[in-house]
Design a protein around this ligand. Structure first.
Ligand SMILES: C[S@@+](CC[C@H](N)C(=O)[O-])C[C@H]1O[C@@H](n2cnc3c(N)ncnc32)[C@H](O)[C@@H]1O
Length: 278
């Protein structure tokens, strides 16, 4: 059966949700308990319309995402950021511009996918749509997310005078010893496999538990310590774990009680490690 998103009677209406907790229930209902203009960052890793999970069978994923974008826009502060995960077509043919500004479509590249297409090119990437409320983000902490510059010295010397991307004029591009901007194609963070130590359960792989490093990059780039991060589809709690480790507050939602338990166990482990200074 394929679902059309239905916004029914919401228990979340009118209540104020506690921070630093994973709330059990339906994301769009619970969202009503989040104050308008209160959130610095939203990490939305929800349905993709690709797996066999009932919650992932969406009649029209683009319309579903548009509804999410509309709802999230009112919860974000001016200059707040949204990262929306999906397949390459996840925001095709919808007009999100009345709500948010699309800054980048980040390609999360995974060359080692096992499934091989026979009638088309194998899809080797997910999209992470990076939106901002208004023209400019409040936060973009580039220094926190720089990646290693893998260039030889000679190449580096040649590259130091390169045409500017904007006007084609030659200008000096400084080599930054702290690393480079990760760009919008991320091939350096691998998808989890059955062998990954951080995998919480086999079932979590089916619902696509994300690597902590990936979520950490988003949290580091687009929030500061003490900021409020919203994770509407928390799964086994990767984003709440990243927030706890990085000193951000979070509000998270998850509809599957077993995942909420797994996520809470992960959070307890992080708390223990932090209290021991590990
Ligand atoms: C792609 S997974 C998120 C994985 C998560 N980022 C992690 O690393 O564990 C999407 C999650 O959304 C949950 N979900 C689906 N529909 C939901 C809804 N309407 N409200 C709340 N949670 C929902 C699913 O149970 C699933 O755990």
């Amino acid at each position: 059966m394929r679902y059309t998103y239905f916004k029914g009677n919401c228990a979340g209406r009118g209540m104020s949700l506690e921070r630093n907790r994973i709330h059990l229930g339906d994301a769009l209902c619970l969202l009503e308990g989040v104050a308008d203009d209160s959130v610095d960052l939203i990490v939305c890793d929800g349905p993709y319309d690709v797996t066999q999970n009932a919650w992932d069978q969406i009649a029209n994923i683009q319309e579903f995402n548009l509804e999410l974008i509309r709802c999230f826009a009112s919860k974000l502060k001016a200059g707040g950021s949204l990262y929306l995960f999906g397949k390459p077509n996840c925001i095709d043919f919808i007009d999100y511009r009345p709500y948010l500004t699309l800054k980048s479509k980040i390609v999360w590249y995974q060359p080692s996918r096992l499934a091989q297409g026979r009638v088309n090119y194998t899809n080797n990437y997910d999209i992470i749509c990076y939106f901002v409320k208004g023209p400019k983000p409040n936060r973009y902490n580039l220094d926190a997310i720089r990646v290693a510059q893998l260039v030889e010295l000679e190449h580096r010397r040649r590259c130091e005078r390169v045409p500017s991307v904007k006007n084609g004029k030659f200008g000096k591009t400084k080599f930054n010893g702290k690393g480079k901007n990760p760009g919008d194609v991320w091939g350096d963070i691998k998808q989890l496999t059955y062998k990954s130590k951080e995998l919480v359960s086999r079932e979590a792989l089916n619902t696509i538990q994300k690597p902590l490093k990936l979520i950490e990059r988003l949290v580091l780039a687009s929030s500061n310590p003490g900021d409020l991060v919203l994770d509407p589809f928390a799964g086994v709690g990767t984003c709440p774990v990243a927030c706890k480790q990085l000193g951000r507050d979070f509000i998270a939602f998850e509809i599957n009680p077993e995942f909420v338990d797994l996520a809470n166990s992960r959070l307890r482990r992080v708390e223990q490690q932090l209290s021991l200074g590990i």
